[in-house]
Design a protein around this ligand. Structure first.
Ligand SMILES: NC(=O)c1ccc[n+]([C@@H]2O[C@H](COP(=O)([O-])OP(=O)(O)OC[C@H]3O[C@@H](n4cnc5c(N)ncnc54)[C@H](OP(=O)(O)O)[C@@H]3O)[C@@H](O)[C@H]2O)c1
Length: 252
């Protein structure tokens, strides 16, 4: 099936590694141009961008920005408008400042840092994206990468992450409803356990978790990318405000 994404422009936050890289790969495969936001490890981001250009013949622009900083996001959108004719899809993928602690040990600073790293930039990025769509009169798609922990509390000592992903889940549905008249359609994806550095750093734990999963394996980042491409496609316009379960049966 042709998803009709050829020539569209997609902005992916945290797009140079993990799930973000899987999303960039799938959109490039579908012929979309990529604005790949990254925060650190510039050489890796540039090398990955070059790999996608060579393999798929699309434009890939890596842009460094720490999206917890409002001015950096402002600059990111200035570059987006200067470099690409259109901006069609925003994938809010990045998350940082995940702080594991028993609830009673969290400080005020922890709470605010987690909110800044996980949640606040989705508001900021989405507002800039919506304003761009309104200014150009073009349709848009926003896809938020959420978490199963907002639905099923599977881990403990992780409540700042749970709370912020919960807020993002509500925000996704709220934005979806409010943005329909503007032609900007919003959905969320709930990944299960995906093979990224978060999980692969601890092999023993990974093997233990795998045995408990219904599919006995972690998802590949590109499997999440495949779902993001569907949600971005004009063919799937009836999907608005969906929170798509991509957990391989973990939430059933
Ligand atoms: N992996 C899973 O199993 C899983 C499950 C459920 C949900 N998720 C969600 O999926 C998303 C991606 O996770 P992942 O596992 O792929 O994580 P990852 O491998 O750590 O990748 C996250 C990417 O986001 C970037 N990033 C973080 N904060 C940023 C900021 N302030 N500005 C710009 N970029 C920033 C990171 O850059 P740096 O390299 O500079 O840190 C990194 O490239 C997250 O929203 C996560 O909560 C993941």
């Amino acid at each position: 099936m042709d998803l009709d994404l050829f020539g569209k422009t997609v902005l992916v936050t945290g797009g140079a590694s993990g799930i973000g890289a899987g999303i960039c790969t799938v959109f490039a495969r579908e012929g979309a141009n990529i604005l790949m936001n990254y925060r650190s490890r510039q050489a890796e981001a540039e090398a990955f961008a070059q790999e996608l250009r060579q393999r798929y013949g699309v434009r890939v622009l890596p842009v460094q920005a720490d999206i917890t900083e409002p001015e950096a996001v402002e600059d990111l959108f200035v570059q987006a408008r200067a470099q690409f004719e259109t901006l069609d899809v925003l994938v809010n993928n990045a998350a940082g400042n995940v702080i594991f602690k028993p609830f009673q040990d969290y400080t005020e600073e922890d709470w605010h840092a987690a909110q800044a790293g996980i949640c606040d930039h989705v508001f900021r990025m989405s507002q800039h994206f919506l304003r761009t769509c309104l200014a150009t009169g073009r349709e848009g798609r926003i896809i938020n990468i959420l978490s199963k922990s907002a639905i099923l509390s599977s881990s403990i000592h992780n409540l700042t992450y749970v709370a912020n992903k919960g807020a993002l889940t509500a925000l996704t549905r709220g934005m979806a409803k409010e943005f329909i008249p503007y032609g900007v359609y919003v959905n969320g994806i709930v990944p299960g356990y995906v093979r990224t550095r978060v999980h692969m750093d601890n092999t023993e734990r990974t093997e233990r978790v795998k045995k408990l999963l219904p599919l006995h394996s972690f998802a590949e980042p590109e499997e999440i990318g495949n779902v993001a491409a569907i949600l971005a496609s004009p063919l799937f316009r009836q999907m608005i405000g969906s929170i798509v379960d991509c957990t391989g049966g973990t939430l059933i």
